[in-house]
Design a protein around this ligand. Structure first.
Ligand SMILES: Nc1ncnc2c1ncn2[C@@H]1O[C@H](COP(=O)(O)OP(=O)(O)OP(=O)(O)O)[C@@H](O)[C@H]1O
Ligand SMILES: [Mg+2]
Length: 317
């Protein structure tokens, strides 16, 4: 935690150095003052651990659970889940990434040794089938924890329908580990089947990535209607964090116009985040087996985009 970050955190909340010290004292039972805050901000003294912890976690004692969802294929759900997870981890948060898509995209892109997980039966399907606990299958890779999946999850998606609580199984599994993390991120498949519904029931927050293209944006209202139904019947506090336009081609007039439409349509109802630009470096990162937000240069649009998104939604819970 450095002083610049602390200063940005304080200013974003409209607090003076005095006011910030007062808030910390109330929350943490300390006796900080304006001079102390100034020394942290100017890097004359390191930010103490309890202050850094407080800024990372706020007053939350259990993880926020963010699902990236969009029933349309190729809308960057998996890329967003993976890179947002790492962006949070780069901020010092404890992160669990849950792969709820049988395609196993984030499992593989995160660098999990899937063969060895499969050999031991340590995959999400086994957890949802009550054969393993979530803790049994979690692996730590490159600074985050991952709950991996494999293609057998597709079979489970059918067989679970004849079992009790088919849509509540992920929520139940996550309740065991929620206090161990600051952020849990769930990647979902490109349809509104039982796996996506498990994620919507388990989540506290939904992030909707969408490519601002004419045939992609029309899928958003259906997802919002599904979220509304889940709120009514299963998860009343489910929050829509917002829509994330991604793979945005700023130099095409069609995408620009589609983005403007998206902004106009949701201006009064759903937050639309700054778009993340399209870059060939994204597929290159996957090909090279690295995490874009960690491995690409700091001025790459994807790195800027995901770090900005993580910072923006970091303290909202
Ligand atoms: N900012 C970006 N610039 C360029 N390509 C990107 C960007 N973000 C993601 N991609 C690429 O777009 C493709 C689709 O992304 P991704 O797999 O994350 O979508 P998805 O919604 O998870 O797809 P599915 O519906 O199949 O699960 C991938 O090849 C990914 O590498
Ligand atoms: Mg995907």
């Amino acid at each position: 935690m450095d002083g610049e970050l602390l200063k940005a955190y304080r200013r974003k909340r409209g607090l003076s150095q005095d006011g910030f010290a007062e808030m910390l004292n109330a929350k943490l039972g300390r006796a900080y003052d304006k001079a102390k805050v100034s020394r942290w901000e100017n890097a004359k003294e390191p930010v103490p651990d309890p202050v850094a912890d407080f800024m990372r976690r706020g007053t939350r004692t259990r993880a926020r659970i963010i699902a990236t969802a969009n029933q349309k294929g190729g809308q960057t759900k998996s890329s967003t889940a993976l890179n947002l997870a790492h962006a949070f981890a780069m901020m010092g948060k404890r992160v669990l990434l849950v792969d709820a898509d049988p395609q196993a995209s984030v499992t593989l892109a995160a660098g999990v040794d899937l063969e060895s997980c499969m050999a031991n039966g340590n995959v999400l399907g086994a957890v949802l089938d009550e054969k393993k606990s979530l803790r049994d299958i979690i692996v730590s890779v490159n600074g985050i924890d991952v709950a991996p999946t494999d293609i057998t999850l597709a079979e489970f998606e059918v067989s679970v329908l004849s079992k009790p609580g088919p849509e509540k199984r992920l929520a139940r599994a996550l309740s065991d580990v929620r206090q161990d993390y600051d952020e849990i991120i769930i990647d979902t498949p490109p349809h509104l089947g039982v796996l996506t519904r498990n994620a919507l029931v388990a989540a506290t927050d939904i992030l909707i990535p969408v490519v601002p293209a004419p045939l992609d944006v029309p899928g958003v209202p259906l997802l919002l209607r599904t979220i509304e139904q889940i709120r009514i019947y299963e998860n009343p506090d489910l929050n829509v964090l917002g829509i994330l336009p991604n793979r945005f081609e700023a130099n095409t007039s069609v995408q620009q116009a589609t983005l403007q439409q998206l902004l106009a349509t949701y201006a009064d109802s759903v937050r639309v985040f700054e778009p993340i630009r399209k870059t060939t470096a994204m597929d290159q990162a996957v090909y090279n087996g690295v995490i874009a937000v960690r491995a690409l240069p700091k001025d790459n649009p994807v790195v800027i985009g995901y770090l900005r998104l993580a910072e923006e939604i970091s303290h909202e819970a």
